[in-house]
Design a protein around this ligand. Structure first.
Ligand SMILES: NC(=O)c1ccc[n+]([C@@H]2O[C@H](COP(=O)([O-])OP(=O)(O)OC[C@H]3O[C@@H](n4cnc5c(N)ncnc54)[C@H](O)[C@@H]3O)[C@@H](O)[C@H]2O)c1
Length: 445
């Protein structure tokens, strides 16, 4: 039974783990296996990333270079672009991107490319796990037939499972090792062995009855966030129209000890997960003649937030008898959330785009992002790239409007309040005290 063989190998720390795709998800995961004494090999298409890892240099903030170089030095971790080495792995975990096409339909081409490589060297005794977020059915309907067409049989020759990733980049409290892992296999044996593998690196593993359930659970988690953030954003727009402080309303509601969970408004949603994942679910729903209306509504409200932020800037300048055309607008933060270096789907890009389209002179400061480009499908425009400016006194004084888009911790907000003229705060970064002493006029979302 390959189940028993693999189980023993994993328990003995003799199993070799392959991680395909070494990004925000794959690199911390491979590092965690290596830390627990299971030899891990990362498979990358990007030679530069593979080389950096083999030099012990991390490009992901949540993984320390010192830790990486220690693991590489002890031959517990290495990276390669040679996919023929997959044959030497006992467990293979796929962590490649799952973006959307321009039509907002799932693009699983990266999963297919990774699976094609795995299929070439699939051999008896291997466990394959998909971690990339995807629609329910991908593991059983897409991967399983591909692997079986290599002439191997599920359970007899290989095992197959889905286990969603829940990593929260930049969150020091929850890391790969202390976030419970959901696991669902294509068969019971697959679930059992995949759960056994993850039990080596995480404290809690929750097994479910199928890969489909695990795939759907991940989409529920992220759709839940998208819908609730949409609700908070709608509330913010309503409060703005009514002249009520949204943040105070949420703080008050959050004192209820049951039946309420606080979600906060912002300039829009970003990152590789929350804006994308619900579309994987609604696409699958449509195939079954089902219209997932909550998802559509949340998308409509959330994607309207950058325009609302521009409206706040516009209103603020108008009160100063200034036009948006020719105004100097300085954005604080362009990353999609605080203290991380990721601009994928960041609402900041859409805000910059809209401000520039209205003739504003836009600059930005972000300690984590030295440059933003507009030619990589983030936005409609193909505008000139922008480089982060230093946050000098002059820069703050000369801005007609400062927009806090990301509330990075390292920024001196007291100085921003003292030197700025007009501030649009989309994150409630300026606590009451700061606002009271501010020379600047502050407009909050
Ligand atoms: N970033 C997050 O916070 C997060 C959280 C939970 C789940 N996820 C999901 O995890 C998956 C990966 O996301 P990510 O943020 O790590 O993406 P990423 O872009 O940071 O990393 C993916 C890596 O895969 C590599 N790659 C692409 N095609 C490949 C191939 N055929 N073979 C080998 N390597 C390949 C890329 O070069 C890149 O380094 C996605 O499905 C995402 O939705 C991400």
């Amino acid at each position: 039974m390959i189940k028993e063989e693999l189980k023993q190998k994993i328990s003995d720390r003799a199993a070799r783990v392959g991680v395909v795709g070494l990004g925000y998800v794959g690199l911390p995961l491979a590092t965690e296996f290596a830390r627990q004494g299971l030899r891990a090999t990362g498979f990358e298409v990007d030679q530069k990333k593979a080389d950096a890892i083999n030099r012990g240099e991390s490009y992901i903030a949540d993984v320390e270079s010192s830790q990486l170089s220690d693991l590489v030095g002890r031959e517990l971790l290495r990276a390669t672009t040679d996919f023929s080495e997959l044959a030497g792995c006992d467990a293979i975990i796929i962590c490649v991107p799952t973006p959307l096409r321009k039509t907002k339909e799932p693009d699983i081409s990266y999963i297919l490319a990774a699976a094609e490589e795995i299929k070439k060297s699939l051999r008896r005794g291997q466990l394959v796990i998909l971690e990339s977020t995807t629609y329910p059915g991908t593991t059983d309907e897409v991967l399983l037939p591909m692997f079986e067409s290599a002439g191997l049989k599920l359970d007899e020759d290989f095992l197959l499972a889905f286990s969603p990733e829940r990593v929260d980049p930049g969150n020091p409290q929850f890391r790969t090792d202390n976030i419970p892992k959901v696991v669902g296999g294509s068969t019971d044996d697959s679930t059992e062995i995949a759960a056994h593998l993850y039990a080596q690196i995480v404290g809690s593993v929750h097994a479910v009855s199928s890969a489909r359930v695990a795939e759907a659970a991940k989409l529920l988690e992220n759709t839940f966030r998208a819908v609730n953030i949409g609700m908070a954003n709608e509330m913010a727009r309503l409060c703005y129209a009514l002249g009520i402080d949204t943040w105070e309303v949420i703080r008050a509601a959050a004192t209820k000890p049951f039946g309420f969970m606080a979600f906060y408004p912002g300039p829009g949603i970003g990152g590789h997960c929350i804006p994308l994942d619900p579309h994987y679910l609604s696409w699958k729903a449509r195939q079954h003649g089902f219209d997932s209306r909550f998802i559509g509504l949340a998308e409509e409200v959330n994607s309207g937030m950058p325009e609302h932020v521009v409206r706040l800037v516009w209103d603020g300048l108008n009160d100063d008898r200034k036009s948006l055309k020719g105004a100097r607008v300085l954005l604080l933060g362009v990353a999609y959330k605080k203290d991380i270096n990721d601009v994928r789907e960041s609402p900041a890009l859409s805000i910059i785009d809209r401000l520039r389209a209205k003739g504003a002179e836009v600059s930005y400061h972000d300690p984590f992002i030295p440059e933003v480009r507009f030619d990589d499908a983030h936005t409609e425009s193909t505008g000139e790239p922008l480089q982060s400016v230093e946050l000098t006194d002059d820069e703050l004084r000369q801005a007609d409007c400062i927009v806090i888009v990301t509330d990075h911790s390292g920024v001196d907000y007291a100085r921003v309040c003292q030197l700025g003229k007009l501030i649009v705060d989309t994150r409630n970064a300026l606590a009451g005290e700061l606002r009271r002493d501010a020379r600047a006029r502050v407009i909050r979302l």
